[in-house]
Design a protein around this ligand. Structure first.
Ligand SMILES: C[S@@+](CC[C@H](N)C(=O)[O-])C[C@H]1O[C@@H](n2cnc3c(N)ncnc32)[C@H](O)[C@@H]1O
Length: 404
C-alpha cells in the first residue's frame, strides 16, 4: 500500500500544464546525464543485457561503445524514440562528416536530400511522420537555428541565448569562459566575469517559474523537492550546481553545458558517439546491438523473457513517485522479476535520499517485502563518482545491486 500525495489546485494545474506540453513534444534534444560516470558505476561486461531509458539516445550509443551484448533503449515518449532512430539511421547510412553536421552542429544545409535519399527509408512510420514534419530544423540558418535549439530543452536554450545577446558583458564573460584550458583560469573567469553578470533577478525569477522547469522536463514535485532541500530554492540550487561545474570541472571536456552555451558541439568537446573512431565502430556493428522500444519500463519488462543485468533509470522515478506511486511499485516488481545474476541499477534524483523508495513494498512469494530489504546501495562509490558528474544538476546519484 503506498500513500498518494494530496495535490493543491495549483499543483493540479502545474501537472496538467506539464502533461499537456510533455505529451506533445520532444523534450530532450540531448541526454542530460553523464555516461562517463554511468560506465564507471556499471562496469559493462560483454555478456551484459542493458535496459536504458532513451531520452535523446546519446547515452545508449555511448554504452554500445563499451561492448555489452544487448541494449534495450526504452522510452514512453515516441518522439524520443524518433530521435534515436534518426541517429541510428545516420550511423548506418551516412559518412562521418554528414553525421557530425547533423548531430554535432545540429544543422546540415543538405538535410532534405540526405533525408529523402538515405534516412527516411530506415525509419518506422511514427518516426518518418515526425521527421517529415520537423526535418527542417536541421536546415535552419540564423543564430538560434538547428536541432539544439529545438525540443522543449532547446526552447530554454534559445531563451537563454536571446537573454545573453542583450547582455554584452555576460556574453563576453561566457565566451572567455569557453576559451579556458586551465581550471584555475576558468574559476577566475567565472567568478570575475560570468557569475556577477549571470545571477541577476530576471534569471532567478525565470528559474523559479514552473513553466521554465516544465520545459526542462522537471515536473512540480521535483521542483518542490529541490525547493525543500535548498534554502535558495531552485535558483539557489542551480547557482550552486553551475558554480561547482565552472569551478571544479574542466569546461573544455564538459559537452553538456557547452552545448547549450554554444548551441552546438565541437569536434574536441562532444559525446563519444560523435568521435570519428567511435562512429566507425558503431557503423561496423555495435549500433546493431541496440533495440528500440516505445513503451514504459514496466510494460517492456513484463513483455520480455530476457534477464537484464544493467538498469539505467535516469531520474524518471521522481516523476512517478508523486502521481503514480502504485505504478512505481509495479515497476520495481518488474525490475526484480527480470533482474539477472549480478544485476545492478543506477538512477538519479532531485532527492539526495529518495524517501519514496522507503515506502515501497514489493510482492514476492505472497508477501509484501520492503524494497530497501531487497536492494543494496553503494553510497560511497556513488558519492565519489558524483563529484565528477559533468551535468551536476541531480542532488542524488544511486547505485543499487539487485537480487537475482
Ligand atoms: C525523467 S526524464 C530523464 C531525462 C534525463 N534526465 C535526461 O536528461 O536525459 C525522462 C525520460 O524518461 C521517459 N520516461 C518517463 N517515465 C517513463 C517510464 N515509466 N517508462 C519509460 N520511459 C519513461 C520520458 O519520456 C523521458 O524521455
Amino acid at each position: 500500500m503506498v500513500v498518494k500525495a494530496r495535490l493543491s489546485i495549483s499543483d493540479r494545474f502545474d501537472q496538467r500544464l506539464f502533461d499537456a506540453i510533455y505529451s506533445r513534444s520532444l523534450v530532450y534534444n540531448a541526454c542530460w546525464e553523464d555516461p562517463a560516470v554511468d560506465r564507471q558505476a556499471l562496469n559493462f561486461q560483454p555478456d551484459d543485457r542493458v535496459l536504458v531509458i532513451t531520452s535523446a539516445g546519446c547515452n545508449a550509443l555511448d554504452y554500445a561503445l563499451a561492448g555489452p551484448a544487448r541494449i534495450h533503449a526504452v522510452d514512453a515518449n515516441p518522439r524520443q524514440t524518433a530521435l534515436i532512430e534518426l541517429k541510428i539511421a545516420g550511423i548506418r547510412q551516412l559518412a562521418f562528416d554528414d553525421f557530425f553536421a547533423l548531430f554535432g552542429t545540429g544543422r546540415h544545409p543538405g538535410f532534405a536530400y540526405l533525408y529523402r535519399d538515405r534516412l527516411r527509408g530506415e525509419l518506422t512510420p511514427f518516426a518518418r511522420a515526425y521527421w517529415d514534419r520537423h526535418g527542417a530544423w536541421f536546415a535552419e540558418r540564423g543564430r538560434h537555428g538547428g536541432l539544439y535549439y529545438r525540443g522543449l530543452s532547446g526552447r530554454v536554450a534559445r531563451g537563454f541565448g536571446a537573454y545573453v545577446a542583450l547582455r554584452p558583458k555576460l556574453r563576453d564573460g561566457i565566451e572567455a569562459l569557453l576559451e579556458c584550458r586551465d581550471l584555475a583560469q576558468q574559476r577566475a573567469v567565472y567568478e570575475a566575469s560570468v557569475a556577477p553578470q549571470l545571477w541577476t533577478r530576471p534569471v532567478d525569477w525565470a528559474l523559479s517559474r514552473q513553466l521554465t522547469m516544465s520545459l526542462l522536463g522537471v515536473p512540480h514535485p521535483q521542483r518542490k523537492e529541490v525547493q525543500r532541500q535548498h534554502e535558495g530554492g531552485v535558483a539557489g540550487f542551480v547557482r550552486e550546481a553551475i558554480g561547482y561545474v565552472a569551478s571544479w570541472l574542466p569546461i573544455w571536456t564538459n559537452y553538456f553545458w557547452t552545448l547549450y552555451l554554444r548551441g552546438h558541439y565541437t569536434a574536441a568537446n562532444c559525446p563519444e558517439y560523435l568521435r570519428p573512431t567511435n562512429f566507425a565502430a558503431l557503423k561496423a556493428g555495435l549500433v546493431d546491438r541496440i533495440s528500440l522500444h516505445t513503451t514504459t519500463v514496466t510494460r517492456f519488462l513484463q513483455s520480455t523473457d530476457e534477464r537484464i543485468t544493467k538498469f539505467v533509470l535516469l531520474d524518471h522515478m521522481d516523476w512517478m513517485s508523486t502521481y503514480r506511486p502504485q505504478a512505481l511499485v509495479e515497476e520495481w516488481e518488474a525490475i526484480l522479476a527480470r533482474a539477472g545474476a549480478g544485476a545492478r541499477a543506477i538512477f538519479r534524483s532531485a532527492h539526495a535520499e529518495p524517501a519514496y523508495l522507503r515506502s515501497i513494498r514489493v510482492r514476492e512469494g505472497g508477501h509484501a517485502i520492503p524494497l530497501m530489504d531487497r536492494i543494496r546501495f553503494h553510497s560511497d562509490l556513488a558519492d565519489r563518482l558524483q563529484r565528477h558528474d559533468r551535468v551536476h544538476t541531480y542532488a542524488g546519484f544511486h547505485i543499487a545491486d539487485l537480487p537475482a
